[in-house]
Design a protein around this ligand. Structure first.
Ligand SMILES: Cc1cc2nc3c(=O)[nH]c(=O)nc-3n(C[C@H](O)[C@H](O)[C@H](O)COP(=O)(O)OP(=O)(O)OC[C@H]3O[C@@H](n4cnc5c(N)ncnc54)[C@H](O)[C@@H]3O)c2cc1C
Length: 461
């Protein structure tokens, strides 16, 4: 027998769940939300926010070095990892409290418990064993790091979760993975002074990104002293005293103080009891949903990483909001998953929107490619050996900008704004008609006149 009855029960107080709960409550629904760990979810507690704080920390080493070329003399800077982690944790506590007070303000009832399905309309709170009946249930349980096949010594391996809470900065770290989390952590640790080896099984890092971006970033990372080993995997990890010996598939070994895997994340569906209530999973492992985030069981919805659509915080938030508008605001709302701008907070940073060149060639008849690589102005006096890269892909028949790919300082900030133009359907002529802001790196985006090449399907076939 259910002890409580609500209009909406949300499982998971992360980005998607919190937004959905608050908006549904603002429409007058009685909402309860369960969280088994900490309010705020991956983004706030062990994802975007703590990571970005570490990214900031890691970039000071360059700033100290670069200052010399501008006349500053800085005594050998000393970095203290425990101070960074303690300050980061304080900020995360503050944000968690802010999330909780938002829920309170909107009269969303928060329960600190794991929630699982008892039946299609009832969830069980495992902390108290109490049952709650709900008219609508939203699954917003996010994702979890995946460690790949069971290899010897896997118990020694950490994920990004633990990397954010290490007691000390590892002098040497091996990171397996080639996605954005692996790349970002490689750059964070390198910037803080660790010796970093990045091991990736594919032929180049950042699979799914434009090939020129992948090549450019890999070269930049290597120039910064990161060992990037592609085409290999970690086959075993041995503990030898205080260090770990990582065995690679090419039979070489790398000794390190920490070994981290960031080889992907899996939707958090295990143990929820989805099988018994008939919620279908997609072949990619996420919960299958329609454009309104409705699952195969009509009163059960799912948003965010657990649906494995576009696994980013702003997308989870949009999906949560759209769900609440649709179901409780009576405003059916679909989320547009096309042209989502995104960043990789590597060093240098990556910002992208739209099609890669390979995708543009698959989808279009004619593709005009504009690209440039240049030394950032700051590097002239600092002497830093780094280059920025920008690429614009244009539909050769309509002139519409279909993809932008940036590598360089503040690429994440730039792509957010450029994303507005791309989303509005900007053409290359629109970019050309925009006056440059001088002297900036972004002016390159409106002054690239020379086509690097034109690709034509007819000629390619
Ligand atoms: C290291 C890292 C860096 C990232 N950086 C970025 C970035 O820079 N930009 C970006 O846009 N995205 C980034 N992401 C991705 C982003 O964090 C996620 O896309 C986003 O948090 C997904 O939100 P969500 O609501 O789907 O799930 P989550 O935020 O993961 O929330 C799910 C919540 O559900 C809880 N939960 C799970 N099961 C249960 C249960 N049965 N009962 C109760 N509670 C449960 C979990 O504890 C969790 O709090 C990063 C992720 C990681 C791991």
């Amino acid at each position: 027998m259910a002890e409580r009855d609500v209009d909406l029960f949300v499982i998971g107080a992360g980005s998607g769940g919190v937004r959905a709960a608050r908006i549904a409550a603002s429409y007058g629904a009685r909402v309860m939300i369960a969280e088994e760990f900490r309010v705020g979810g991956t983004c706030v507690i062990r994802g975007c926010v703590p990571k970005k704080l570490l990214v900031y920390a890691s970039r000071f080493s360059d700033d100290f070095e670069d200052a010399a070329g501008f006349g500053w003399s800085v005594e050998k800077p000393v970095f203290h990892w425990p101070t960074l982690i303690a300050n980061k944790d304080r900020e995360i506590d503050r944000l968690e409290a802010a999330y909780m007070s938002t829920l309170e303000r909107f009269k969303v009832e928060l329960v600190r418990s794991r929630a699982i399905f008892e039946d299609a309309h009832t969830v069980r709170l495992t902390a108290s064993n109490a049952c709650v009946r709900a008219g609508t249930i939203l699954i917003a349980t996010g994702g979890w790091p995946h460690y790949g096949p069971k290899i010897p010594g896997l118990e020694h391996v950490i994920s990004s979760n633990e990397a954010l809470h290490l007691h000390e900065l590892p002098k040497r770290i091996v990171i397996q993975g080639g996605g954005y989390i692996a790349v970002e952590f490689a750059c964070i640790f390198a910037g803080l002074g660790s010796e970093v080896t990045l091991v990736y099984r594919g032929e180049n890092i950042l699979r799914g990104f434009d090939d020129d971006v992948r090549e450019h970033l890999r070269n930049e990372m290597r120039a910064r002293g990161i060992t990037v080993t592609c085409g290999h995997t970690v086959t075993a990890v041995d503990k030898a005293g205080d260090e770990f010996v990582t065995h690679l598939s090419d039979k070489t070994t790398v000794a390190a103080d920490k070994v981290m895997f960031a080889i992907g994340r899996r939707p958090n569906v295990m143990g929820l009891g989805l099988e018994k209530i008939g919620v279908k999973l997609h072949e990619h492992g996420g919960i299958e949903v329609d454009p309104y985030s409705q699952t195969s069981v009509p009163h059960i919805y799912a948003v965010g990483d657990v649906t494995n659509r576009v696994n980013l915080t702003p997308v989870a938030i949009r999906e949560g909001h759209a769900f609440a508008d649709t179901v409780f605001g009576k405003k059916p709302t679909r989320v547009d998953h096309a042209d989502v701008p995104t960043a990789v907070f590597s060093e240098p940073e990556v910002g992208v929107i739209g099609l890669t060149e390979a995708q543009a060639r698959e989808q279009l008849e004619v593709v005009d490619v504009y690209k440039t690589s240049f030394r950032p102005m700051k590097a002239t006096l600092s002497g830093r050996q780094t280059r920025s890269f920008m690429k614009i892909l244009v539909d050769g028949l309509t002139g519409r900008v279909v993809g932008c790919h940036l590598v360089g300082p503040d690429a994440g900030e730039l792509i957010q704004l450029l994303g507005v133009a791309v989303k509005m359907g900007a053409t290359k002529a629109d970019l050309d008609a925009t006056m440059a802001v001088h002297p900036t790196a972004a002016e390159e985006l409106v002054t690239m006149r020379e086509k690097a090449m034109t690709w034509r399907r007819a000629a390619a076939e």
